[in-house]
Design a protein around this ligand. Structure first.
Ligand code: HEM
Length: 493
């Protein structure tokens, strides 16, 4: 009898655990993925170009795939349908962020727009930004400042008799266009280096944040900072934080003196702060300024460098852009920002550059804020979400001759980068989509149009010898810098 009771009770207990295990398995049914090694998971599968490796793996494991890196479980989307499931149907649940160790060194990162969850505080900051950055009319009022920046660069280039690194120059231009939009002044020059200045600080943060950091996947290593990423990020962030603080204090004094307003983004943000003191303070503005410089400069200059690379390799396209720009140049021989934004061929060249050389290949990683059902899978709260925008922009199912540079394709279709066409989302999609599109559109268009219209460019090697490799980081940069010698063109306008 005792034996029978024991058997009965143990069967019930086993059944209970079995049902519980099945239930847990059902609840946590993650998408399939490559088997990983103990502790490191799929780390060795990624290699130096994770966007390419993930693309290859997804061909075997599916459009929604799970990979594991140390303690981080990630779900990777590689097709428009899988991406729509994440960024459209489950946008809110998938709108969190995984904060890299390097970013935890940003002072006051609890109010950093790009890194906090999409909560009330995040909405307030996006609202504050929308009073200027996504407001076409406001951007228009200070376009003369960006044009002045461009005139300064053209003067600099006219003196140049040797090859220049176009990406480096574009980076300095993008910084000054950003600083003029934000606070009506230049922050750097066009000579090769301003060691210790703005350029160095922004570059350092971009470099260390884009580096593969062991401390991110093995948090026990954080206190040791084995690659000195935290140390370098902290120094650069603190420098930027101090400088932003200085600009804001100076502006507050200027506003108190009742002198004429600048009417730039800083004025807009201070107005917003005065009207919403409780939730948007000077601390928010300071971090926001730092973030805008970080998010907006390398992405824009990198796109410009790739666009110039493709145009220098394709002289017919270069001439076509120049002819098109010539149709809107004023009698003073200057290019007006407002007039180039709708030039169809120039815009097609820029879109095609963003497709083929997608600046942020895996977007900025998202994170699930709750348990969420993605298609037939159950993904638990806290899972990292990677969207392989790079793979979709080169997928032959959506693009004819996907590896060819063919701007004409964008003259023939209606595809845009506003987040509705999931095969082409260089700025992301959904609530975390890039708020800088209108400014990026202006900055990149102005640089490409001006470089092409005002100069002939000579490469130091034959076109066939151009290195087209890219290097993975926070943005997908050229592996070797584009160098070319400018010769001013005398236009008959
Ligand atoms: C060609 C230029 C640019 C590209 C390709 C680009 C791309 C992106 C991408 C892919 C994201 C992440 C979207 C996501 O998480 O799903 C992003 C976020 C962001 N971008 Fe841009 N961006 C560019 C220029 C700019 C500019 C000029 C600014 C500011 C002036 C800017 C500010 C931001 C900010 C603040 C975020 C974070 C938004 C959030 O997390 O809520 N970007 N950008």
């Amino acid at each position: 009898m005792d034996q029978l009771l024991f058997l009965f009770l143990s069967s019930i207990i086993i059944l209970f655990f079995l049902l519980h295990a099945i239930d847990l398995h059902r609840k946590r049914r993650l998408p399939p993925g490559p088997p990983g090694l103990p502790i490191i998971g799929n780390l060795l599968d990624l290699g130096p170009k994770p966007h390419e490796s993930l693309d290859k793996l997804s061909k075997k494991h599916g459009p929604l795939m799970t990979i594991r890196l140390g303690r981080i479980t990630s779900v990777v989307a590689s097709t428009p349908d899988a991406t729509r499931e994440i960024l459209q149907r489950n946008d809110e649940a998938c709108s969190g962020r995984v904060i890299p160790d390097a970013v935890s060194c940003l002072p006051d990162n609890d109010v950093a727009l790009a890194w906090i969850p999409a909560n009330e505080s995040w909405r307030t900051i996006r609202k504050a930004l929308s009073t200027y950055l996504t407001h076409q009319h406001k951007l228009d009022t200070l376009r003369h400042l960006r044009q002045n920046v461009m005139e300064g660069v053209l003067d600099f280039l006219r003196q140049k008799k040797a090859g220049i690194e176009i990406g480096k120059l574009a980076f300095a231009v993008a910084l000054n266009m950003m600083s003029n939009t934000c606070m009506s002044q230049n922050v750097t020059n066009y000579e090769s280096d301003d060691i210790g200045g703005f350029k160095t600080a922004v570059k350092t943060v971009m470099k260390v944040t884009g580096k593969f950091n062991l401390a991110d996947i093995f948090p026990v290593l954080k206190p040791w900072d084995p690659q000195n990423i935290g140390r370098d990020a902290k120094a650069a962030y603190e420098w930027l934080d101090n400088v932003a603080d200085g600009y804001i204090s100076e502006r507050i004094k200027h506003r108190e003196s009742k002198l004429q307003r600048f009417g730039d983004m800083l004025d807009s943000l201070l107005d917003y702060s005065e009207a919403n003191e409780a939730e948007f303070t000077v601390k928010h503005i300071k971090i926001l300024l730092v973030e805008l410089f970080l998010a907006g400069t390398e992405t824009s200059s990198n796109t410009t460098e790739w666009a110039m690379t493709e145009l220098l390799l394709n002289p017919d396209m270069f001439s076509r852009v120049r002819k098109e720009v010539a149709t809107i140049v004023g009698e003073d021989g200057k290019i007006q920002e407002a007039k180039i934004l709708d030039l169809p061929y120039l815009q097609a060249v820029i879109k095609e550059t963003m497709r083929l050389h997608l600046s942020v290949p895996l977007l900025v990683p998202h994170k699930t804020e709750t348990d969420v059902k993605l298609g037939k899978y159950n993904v638990p709260k806290g899972t990292q979400i990677l969207v392989n925008a790079w793979a979709m922009a080169r997928d032959p199912r959506y693009w004819g001759n996907p590896l060819g540079f063919k701007p004409e394709r964008f003259l023939e279709n209606e595809i845009d980068y506003k987040g509705q066409n999931f095969e082409f989302i260089p700025f992301g999609s959904g609530r975390r989509m890039c708020p800088g599109i209108p400014l990026a559109h202006r900055v990149v268009s102005l640089m490409v149009a001006s470089f092409v219209y005002h100069f002939d460019w000579k490469l130091p090697h034959a076109r066939e010898e151009m290195d087209m490799n890219d290097a993975f980081g926070l943005t997908l940069i050229r592996a070797t810098p584009l160098i070319a010698t400018p010769t001013p063109v005398v236009q008959n306008t």
